[in-house]
Write a protein that binds this ligand. Structure first.
Ligand SMILES: C[S@@+](CC[C@H](N)C(=O)[O-])C[C@H]1O[C@@H](n2cnc3c(N)ncnc32)[C@H](O)[C@@H]1O
Length: 268
């Protein structure tokens, strides 16, 4: 049994280092439950065998299954805001002056990422920017899209949000529940969509796309296909934001890297 505990710790550390997913001691049993189906699907005896697979480093199917089981819809407000800050700094002139700012949060989960960018833009440029801002969030999961549309969040999803912004942009509504303000809500729309079904059905291109904490669920072929399909829907001079842990440089993308997690569609 001790070796099984050690195996669980190896997986736990890997999830933290690779995906930024934290499973503190009081969530050990939750993680164990989620990983049980990974053990079953790969016919592995125990957590130690799973850890061995992980450490061998060449079993991408096992890695994807662990990530998927551990955190299917994991998201929260103000996650990896350094990426959005870089985008805002890089695109500042255009963001300040454009008539319409179209942003796509691909794989948006419950909408935290879309709403976070709206809040950050309102803070940087003032609330009038919200009239020019149009953020679309899409996700394959219907229930999370419904939650995004509802705009009501548990306090744990807001724990990275500075308290002053929580007061400014949220209203308490029930026990540990907070409703996002109507001015932020009104510039965001959500719909169900599978990112692996390409080409994407958008008539208009986007100035910015956030594709974060999703590509590692895909195999290499789908990653390449997804990033190429996104490229087709980004306007000339527009941007792609990725997670800090997901580089798209090895995917042969046509995007020009600006930073580790910010890319631009530069067409000469
Ligand atoms: C870990 S969450 C990331 C949420 C957000 N982008 C963030 O970084 O906080 C991954 C989301 O991807 C969605 N997803 C998984 N496969 C997908 C697919 N093929 N197409 C669209 N969304 C997908 C899941 O439903 C989940 O909500």
């Amino acid at each position: 049994m001790a070796t099984d505990e050690h195996g669980l710790d190896v997986v736990r550390t890997w999830l933290s280092d690779r995906c930024g997913m934290s499973f503190p001691d009081h969530k050990r049993d939750l993680l164990r439950q989620r990983l049980a189906r990974v053990l079953r699907s790969f016919a592995l005896r125990d957590m130690n065998s799973l850890a061995q697979q992980l450490k061998s480093g060449n079993n991408q199917d096992v890695q994807l299954a662990i990530m998927s089981a551990a955190s299917i819809n994991h998201t929260f407000f103000f996650r990896e805001t350094e990426v959005m800050e870089k985008f805002i700094a890089q695109a500042e002139g255009a963001l300040a002056t454009r008539n319409e700012i179209r942003i796509w949060s691909a794989a948006c989960s419950s909408g935290d990422e879309a709403y976070t960018l709206a809040i950050m833009l309102a803070e940087r440029f003032g609330p009038s920017i919200l009239k020019r801002l149009n953020i679309l969030g899409t996700d394959i999961s219907g229930p999370v899209v419904e939650r995004a549309e509802l705009g009501v969040f548990h306090s744990r999803q807001l724990s990275s949000l500075p308290p002053a912004l929580r007061t400014k942009y949220f209203t308490p509504t029930g026990i540990s529940q907070f409703r996002i303000s109507q001015q932020i809500r009104s510039c965001c729309t959500f719909r169900r969509m599978n990112l692996t079904a390409t080409p994407y059905p958008f008539n208009n291109e986007f100035f910015g796309v956030m594709c974060r904490n999703i590509l590692y669920y895909f195999d290499h072929k789908d990653q390449v296909q997804t990033v190429n399909a996104i490229y087709q829907k980004v306007e000339r001079g527009g941007y792609l934001m990725t997670s800090v842990t997901e580089s798209v440089r090895n995917l042969g993308t046509k995007f020009t890297p600006i930073d580790a997690s910010l890319y631009q569609k530069v067409v000469t």
